[in-house]
Write a protein that binds this ligand. Structure first.
Ligand code: AHR
Length: 617
């Protein structure tokens, strides 16, 4: 018998309880939510970032009658933020040029759909560029651009695809002479609300009716050098929001924490716009001059730190300032004179280093002084980060942060056992933002364990004000991290079982939770997977030669990761080689197990682990 006390006052549910955490991980932006179909459009990929990269990554030569020499050069670049371009020298009759392979299998093109093409070109003599979309058998879209003699200029055209393919190519052909090319871009005309996001992915996210959008990520926000692009182009730079706004051709690319180039085609303006388009509050997270995720290179130079604080204040002005303010004017010029109405700002992501305690107050005090109504989120790192978690929480209390961002990735049993986690949380201090959580795995059972846990979040919503599953997006061909909420390739997408649980909860938020009692026999929840999971994750440690052995001596997995990235067979888990043949995460499931959630089995995991310099944990 279920008895519900409908007359009780109950707990008021936070109106912003369920949101999404977007990170540019697993190619969530380029090759994902950002609808751009051309990979390496600005020829900025280079081997200093990633050994396998060249300026011609995703590009190859095409010769149709004439002969071409290709070179990626920095000579007389398009602008200071875009230092390289393609130099195409064509000799002979006919044309020659380059073909772009897009992401995954190729460019997805649909019959009857309109595509917008743009590129920057420079030629000493006027001449036509022929641009075609091809599906391996025939030309399915075509445009001709008349390039004038002289300096860099932007050229645009559009075409309708006459066929459907998920393995298309975009081919740019030039006549004899020298042609410089940069920012070669192809977008489907119809993007989500016309703002450049891939429609099916944006609709899946919007379908969650998220109340907030945390962005631009976790580790992606706070790893790298503090030097701006103008000072240091060859090192991974920490996420600097000012580099990500303005004309796209002036935004530098950056090699991100997850091991690939990000174009910043989705930058801060686009994040704010996307939040507005899906009806969510924008919740940006910025570093306080402290790195995280296994790297500690704190910003101690007072002048640079002061600039970083000013940059943070400028971000609030960019979001909320009037059009007469310096940064409000830039927002208006980009197309949004009305302020975005920013209410929250996150300071730090898992910045579990002593310098966090010194730096955070400088940012929080400056924000409080200039923008007293903005809610400030401190962070606590992951629950698994031991003493740090408690220290960070105490610090947030002392600092009177509005909310504390907690993170945890645990097995389903933890989620079942922790339904009551927040029942005893202090109600007088900062509120809780569960900014990243997921049970390890993407099965129905994982989703069920999260659903159980989420009833505890709702019941305690007077203290748990915001919660978001993590990570949100994963391109099946570029997996850095599992599990994920939404999976996709270049033309298909689906929500994992966890997605459907998130959607069920977030589209059915009540106003109050009233007490209820249950009388009767509770049936134990069975682990219907018939499998157990074993995972390893540590941001500071790289793994090599992983070997997992079951109690009966069966070796479930033995891999030295020398072969690139892939999936253990049969369906045991996924892994991705980071650099020089090691992995950061490893997961394996014993598909033979019938232990279910009630029983324990013994496994041995042997790894060779390498700590990165300065790593902790
Ligand atoms: O969600 C994946 C990563 O997990 C985030 O980047 C980081 O904040 C956490 O360690």
């Amino acid at each position: 018998k279920l008895a519900v006390d409908t007359g009780a006052k109950g707990t008021k549910v936070s109106p912003d309880l369920y949101g999404v955490f977007y990170e540019d991980i697993n190619h969530a932006a380029d090759g994902g939510l950002y609808a751009e179909l051309v990979q390496n459009r600005s020829f900025e990929f280079n081997a200093t970032d990633e050994r396998s990269y060249t300026g011609l990554t995703a590009w190859s030569k095409t010769e149709r009658g004439a002969t071409a020499t290709l070179a990626v050069t920095g000579e007389d670049p398009l602008n200071a933020g875009n230092r390289n371009h393609l130099r195409l020298d064509v000799t002979g009759d006919g044309t020659a040029g380059v073909s772009n392979a897009g992401f995954n299998r190729g460019l997805p093109l649909k019959a009857g759909r309109r595509y917008d093409l743009s590129l920057w070109a420079r030629r000493s003599e006027a001449g036509p560029l022929t641009v075609t979309a091809e599906d391996g058998r025939s030309v399915i879209g075509k445009a001709t651009l008349q390039v004038k003699a002289g300096g860099w200029a932007k050229y645009k055209a559009s075409f309708t695809s006459s066929a459907t393919t998920d393995a298309g190519r975009l081919i740019v052909q030039a006549p004899a002479g020298r042609t410089d090319l940069d920012m070669v871009s192809l977008f489907p005309r119809d993007t989500f609300k016309g703002h450049g996001m891939r429609t099916d992915l944006a609709e899946l996210i919007a379908g969650l009716e998220p109340r907030f959008l945390r962005f631009p990520g976790g580790c992606v926000t706070n790893v790298g050098t503090y030097d701006p692009y103008s000072v240091n182009q060859d090192r991974r730079r920490i996420y600097q929001w000012k580099e990500t706004i303005g004309p796209v051709e002036e935004r530098p690319t950056n090699f991100n924490f997850w091991g690939y180039n990000q174009s910043y085609g989705i930058g801060y303006y686009e994040y704010f716009q996307f939040a507005e388009d899906i009806g969510a509050e924008a919740l940006p997270v910025l570093s306080v001059g402290v790195n995280g995720c296994g790297e500690n290179r704190p910003l101690t130079d007072e002048a640079k730190l002061a600039q970083w604080v000013r940059d943070t204040l400028d971000l609030i002005e960019f979001a909320n300032g009037p059009v007469t303010s310096a940064w409000g004017k830039k927002r208006a010029r980009m197309g949004h004179p009305k302020p975005f109405g920013l209410e929250y700002i996150g300071l730090g992501n898992e910045e579990i280093y002593e310098e966090f305690f010194a730096n955070y107050p400088k940012f929080a005090d400056a924000i409080r002084a200039k923008y007293p109504t903005i809610k400030i989120l401190s962070n606590s790192g992951q629950t698994s980060q031991g003493g740090w978690f408690d220290r960070m929480w105490q610090f947030a209390r002392d600092q009177k942060a509005d909310l504390v961002d907690e993170h945890y990735y645990n097995n389903p049993d933890w989620f079942l056992a922790n339904n009551h986690r927040y029942d005893s949380y202090d109600r007088s201090g900062p509120k809780v933002f569960v900014g990243e959580y997921a049970s390890r795995g993407n099965t129905f059972y994982n989703a069920l364990s999260e659903a159980s846990f989420m009833t505890g979040l709702e019941r305690n919503s007077d203290v748990v004000r915001l919660a978001s599953y993590a990570p949100l997006l994963a391109n099946v061909d570029y997996v850095d991290w599992t599990p994920d909420l939404i999976w996709f390739d270049n033309d298909q997408a689906y929500g994992s079982p966890s997605y459907h649980v998130q959607r069920l909860f977030s589209t059915n938020v009540g106003e109050r939770i009233v007490p209820s009692t249950f009388e009767g026999e509770a049936e134990p929840v069975e682990d219907i997977r018939g499998a157990v999971g074993l995972g390893a994750w540590n941001t500071a440690v790289r793994y090599d030669d992983v070997k997992v052995t079951a109690a009966d001596g069966t070796v479930l997995l033995a891999d030295d990761f020398s072969a690139g990235s892939g999936t253990w067979s049969p369906g045991l888990g996924t892994w991705a080689v980071q650099d020089g043949g090691y992995v950061q995460s490893a997961q394996v499931e014993d598909a033979r197990s019938t232990a279910g959630s009630a029983g324990w089995s013994n496994y041995t995991m042997e790894v060779t682990a390498r700590k990165t310099a300065g790593a902790e944990g």
